[in-house]
Design a protein around this ligand. Structure first.
Ligand code: ZN
Length: 432
């Protein structure tokens, strides 16, 4: 089901809407948001210089640091009394980033998430269990209102109480699950522990996963735990831009359609800031063109992807962004080599003997970085020979993929930490 006709407009029609909304937004922020005006004046660019979509590249970038520097409301384009909701990022270091919504922004958000949910297969008949933490985090409420808007029945079960979550799934006949991939796997484990087979005894047919990367290997793992015919789609967003609903995968699972009438994507070289030609891989930059409260222009997401303009079989014309291979924030530099945790995950999940639970530890010994990967076995064994064989094979594959030596530690099933929200699998102990 395609939620809105706008999702199938021609490129020319989409670009016409984008240019009008961009010009309106730039005018407004120049007038209302002092830090923007200052930046634009410093670069010698005025709102009237934005004559085509290409002129977007003349405008300054906004980063998370700009949001912190203007904490809490300095980048807002409306007075505080026009806001109806405030969210904030977790902010592991220092102040969080604060985002605010007018009623119009909430309506936009709901529209965007409704589209994404339909792309992932949701219908008014679904019973949708939202296993994201409700609170300052935008994930839960974003999905909540979007799914409610299409007529699905919402079970706002949040995170935790995993046994009760399984009970709800059984008794309410939940068909749609919203969770991080790692918590979805955890819930399947808990179900099995209760003697409930997630594939036979539960009715989940759709999983909308987000907040963590969904690698293809992890999607496979989701199918192993929840069944082959469950449609597992990832969706993308971040609170700075709105929350979930910026883009999402359709049933063809070939990149996430961006809601282009609300967001303009660009791909830049993360080092030089230059806009890259269509189809090249680089850092995703997003401009919000229909936000009232916090209309960020050229926000640097730090996510690495590329844009796919070829038509999609689903009939939507909105450009797709390739599923993320990594956030530049998550990238580790180990002995001079760039390593994305997702690369290690792909190796681990390519072994049938290993489960999807792992931990990456990076330490410094003398002047040398040391990489240790702890991973759970899928079965119990006392055979030293068997353990030695698996260890050797994982080590060799890591060496081939990353070009690095790693110490592999195999752990017994169900011993590593489980996560209800975004999994924290990397421990970089080098700075301490
Ligand atoms: Zn599609």
């Amino acid at each position: 089901m395609i939620w809105s006709k706008i999702e199938t407009l021609s490129r020319q029609e989409i670009e016409k809407i984008q240019l009008e909304r961009l010009q309106e937004t730039v005018n407004r922020v120049y007038e209302k948001v002092a830090p923007y005006r200052k930046k634009m004046d410093e670069m010698g660019v005025k709102p009237q210089d934005i004559k085509t979509l290409k002129d977007l590249a003349k405008l300054p970038f906004v980063t998370k640091q700009d949001m912190r520097d203007n904490y809490p409301f300095g980048l807002f384009a409306v007075p505080k009394d026009k806001l109806v909701r405030i969210h904030a990022s977790s902010g592991t270091t220092g102040k969080p980033t604060v985002v605010g919504y007018t009623q119009g922004d909430l309506d936009t958000w709901t529209e965007c998430v409704s589209r994404i949910a339909c792309m992932g297969g949701a219908t008014p008949k679904d019973v949708s269990q939202i296993c994201f933490g409700y609170g300052m985090f935008t994930g839960a409420l974003g999905l909540h209102y979007g799914l409610e808007n299409i007529g699905s029945a919402i079970v706002p079960s949040s995170t935790g109480n995993s046994e009760k979550q399984i009970m709800y799934m059984q008794d309410f006949e939940t068909t749609l699950l919203v969770a991080t991939p790692s918590y979805a796997l955890r819930l399947a484990e808990v179900a099995r522990g209760m003697g409930v087979d997630p594939i036979k005894d539960l009715k989940v047919k759709i999983a909308l996963v987000g907040s963590e990367l969904l690698t293809e290997a992890m999607r496979e793992e989701m199918h192993k735990y929840w069944g082959k015919d469950v449609l597992v789609t990832s969706n993308y967003g971040m609170s700075e831009l709105m929350g979930p609903g910026v883009s999402g995968e359709c049933e063809y699972l070939d990149g996430m359609h961006i809601n282009e009438d609300f967001f303009i994507p660009e791909i830049i070289d993360p080092v030089t800031g230059e806009v890259l030609p269509a189809g090249e891989k680089g850092e995703l930059v997003i401009t919000c063109i229909k936000k009232e409260g916090l209309p960020l222009i050229r926000y640097r997401t730090k996510d690495i992807t590329r844009l796919i303009y070829e038509p999609c079989k689903c009939g939507r014309t909105f450009v797709r962004m390739e599923n993320l291979s990594g956030r530049s924030d998550d990238m580790l530099k180990i002995r001079g080599v760039n390593v994305f945790p997702s690369q290690i995950e792909e190796v681990i999940l390519s072994f049938n003997e290993l489960g999807p639970h792992y931990e990456i530890i990076v330490e410094r010994e003398g002047y040398l970085d040391k990489l240790t990967i702890k991973v759970e076995l899928n079965f119990t064994t006392d055979s030293f020979k068997e353990l030695e064989r698996i260890t050797g094979e994982v080590k060799a594959k890591i060496k081939t993929v990353l070009g690095l030596d790693a110490k592999i530690k195999l752990e017994s099933p169900n011993t590593l930490q489980r996560f209800e929200g975004k999994a924290k699998r990397v421990k970089d102990l080098r700075s301490k």
